[in-house]
Ligand binder design. Structure first.
Ligand SMILES: *[C@@H]1O[C@H](CO)[C@@H](O)[C@H](O)[C@H]1NC(C)=O
Ligand SMILES: *[C@@H]1O[C@H](CO)[C@@H](O)[C@H](O)[C@H]1NC(C)=O
Ligand SMILES: *[C@@H]1O[C@H](CO)[C@@H](O)[C@H](O)[C@H]1NC(C)=O
Length: 362
């Protein structure tokens, strides 16, 4: 990767807050956790998912003509959440975690629903002038789409009516997986409770990147951080990851039924050489931004990292090209083998799966 800025410090200082050019939204006394964003440049709106509310802001002036949808968890769900030992005001609310464009008139949204995830459709109209912004009365189960626990992150993307989501799917926050739900196919996911697939991950982004001019080849890339596997590193460590899936993946026939058959992951390395010859690694992936280029197959990937170290605290932005990312997924691969079950290079025949359905013979 190319490290762009060695270390970033202070982001929003007092001077900026004092500036006359800064327009602020004071917030609602009964809402907080403004964590989920959806930019709609065509309509000139910014949708924001928060605690018990979805907001729609004017892109030119955030204080002007904003609208809001209150969306509270059902009182019975709040009671259940409280009885389960959760904090009523901090945990047993509906924290919005998913806002994704669904079609020309609707946005798909999900929230934690007081530890009982729930999803629904927000009508936004065809044009900004329509002034439509309301939640459809019909809601559906949000398991595998939004986490239960508001403190956990989720990353999702809706493609062709299907939702790809990296999230936890249980009350305890232990069953982390990458899901595909909604749409016409049977839901599919990563293997449950298998640390080789995912090891206590925290998802930060999902993106579709075409592989060729044929949409059948489209791939879904997931960005997350997770615990390194035993033996991969001496001691406890976090690694940043990029995961890859074929959009076309329907799961296996005999094995891996309703599981991804094309999932691969690689470490996302962001480091700077130190004067003492020891590299400083930035492993705590925080966010990812894809900058489009003339070629839709080759966006530039910008990733924001912080360090895990208690001694050195810092952050960095690393930039990756799709050519480098694709080269890594061509192999060679590592697998666990031998008497000590160590990570060794995989010698068998394997290559990055083509997305043409040949994996379906499994
Ligand atoms: C933004 O909108 C508010 C409320 O309508 C108004 O008071 C303020 O002057 C506007 N600010 C700018 C920079 O246009
Ligand atoms: C939050 O407070 C605003 C006024 O400050 C009110 O309009 C809105 O309905 C309240 N929402 C909920 C969910 O209580
Ligand atoms: C968009 O999806 C919603 C929810 O399924 C549906 O009610 C609406 O008719 C759809 N709109 C269009 C333009 O297809």
């Amino acid at each position: 990767p190319t490290v762009i800025f060695g270390v970033i410090t202070a982001c929003l200082d007092d001077q900026m807050l004092d500036s006359n050019n800064l327009v602020t939204f004071e917030g609602l006394s009964n809402s907080s956790s403004y964590h989920t964003f959806l930019l709609d440049e065509e309509k000139g709106r910014l949708m924001v998912g928060a605690k018990d509310h979805i907001f729609s802001f004017n892109l030119l002036n955030i204080s002007k003509e904003y609208t809001q949808i209150p969306w509270l968890a059902a009182p019975s769900r709040r009671d259940e959440c409280k009885w389960a030992g959760k904090d009523l005001s901090r945990e047993c609310s509906n924290f919005i975690k998913v806002l994704q464009p669904f079609n020309h008139t609707h946005i798909y949204t999900c929230g934690t629903g007081a530890f009982h995830p729930v999803c629904g459709y927000v009508e936004v109209g065809r044009k900004a002038e329509d002034g439509v912004f309301r939640l459809e009365p019909h809601t559906e189960n949000g398991r595998g789409k939004s986490p239960y626990d508001p403190r956990l992150t989720a990353a999702s993307m809706l493609v062709d009516g299907e939702l790809y989501a990296g999230t936890s799917a249980d009350f305890m926050g232990r069953d982390f997986a990458i899901f595909r739900t909604l749409g016409k196919h049977h839901p599919i996911r990563t293997e449950q409770h298998d640390s080789r697939w995912l090891n206590d991950p925290r998802f930060v982004g999902v993106h579709l990147i075409p592989e060729s001019d044929n949409p059948e080849d489209d791939k879904i890339y997931l960005f997350f951080r997770e615990n390194a596997m035993d033996g991969e590193y001496a001691g406890k460590a976090t690694y940043a990851r990029i995961g890859q899936l074929c959009k076309n993946d329907l799961g296996g026939h005999r094995s891996l039924v309703n599981k991804w058959t094309t999932f691969l992951k690689a470490r996302l390395v962001c480091s700077v050489p130190g004067s003492n010859g020891i590299d400083t690694h930035f492993d705590e992936l925080q966010d990812v931004f894809l900058m489009s280029t003339k070629d839709p197959k080759s966006p530039m990937v910008y990733a924001v990292f912080t360090t895990s170290s208690n001694i050195f605290k810092g952050s960095a932005v690393c930039m990756y090209s799709m050519a480098d990312i694709r080269r890594v997924f061509l192999g060679p691969y590592a697998h666990r083998d031998g008497p000590n079950y160590q990570w060794v290079p995989f010698q068998g025949r394997h290559s990055s799966p083509p997305c043409d359905g040949s994996w379906n013979q499994l």
